[in-house]
Design a protein around this ligand. Sequence first.
Ligand code: ZN
Ligand code: ZN
Length: 299
Amino acid sequence: MKEVLLFHESKNMKIQIWGCRGSLTTPGRETLRYGGESTCIEVQSDSGRRIVVDAGSGIRKLGLSLVKERNVSHITLLLTHSHWDHLSGFPFFMPAYDPDYSITVCGGPRPQQDVWKYLTRQMEAPYFPVDFSALKARFNVGCHCDQTFCDHIVPNGDQSIQCHSIPLNHPNGGYGFVFVNEGKTFIFLTDNELRYTHEGGLPRKAYVETCRGADILFHDAQYTEEEYSRTQGWGHSTFKDAIGLAMEAGVKRLGLFHHDPERTDDDLDRELDRCRNEIAKSGSSLDCFACAEGMVIDV
Ligand SMILES: [Zn+2]
Ligand SMILES: [Zn+2]
């Protein structure tokens, strides 16, 4: 079932969730409400520019929707990192096969060849039957500056939306993204382990500062505390870590993201209740929800 959350009439940044499952696409009756597609979100500014973050399996349906819409010809694709659950949908993204589209691919401030390799290598034989050369869209590989905080990654100067990247605490590295539109901030930090330091990652207090006062944060909340005793160092946070960060940073709304493949809808409802109880006990006004496929949020 789709949930639509609307707060303002205009000048908004619209966030649409096409996939929020972590690690592996997880179809089935037990994941219908929160969804089984892996990471893909769309950020749309007032000017109509489309920014897609990650190419997990959720990007397939987004592609079909864009093709149906017909009035979008330029897409910016930001990639958080190279793990499969964030890339595997790309060969099924219909606009990539169509010469009428131009697609700018960006990541954080790493050499531009990296993001390009992420997409092309997974289509090399013997891993995929169709070669990258079958993709007829015009591709640009975006920002290749080497600043830690890069504000060039939404190219061509979209007037109404700004974006910069922040390093993730995750095995093999990666980047989260901060979007600012009309003074409102949306922060996307998936695959971020707050209680462990990976190479290139930041100390927890840096994430608290980045998230300070944000209007909305999607943060990795893959594990329960009990699960984390076995999975520490795998690159993900717990429910407790995510709400702790959001409360300390004074975030207004927190969307729990990167749901574990083992987590059923009913499990997630239970964990969400626990999170809300903890938040209430702390006297915080944080509004916490679990991200679900199909959600549209106006910020
Ligand atoms: Zn992931
Ligand atoms: Zn990952």
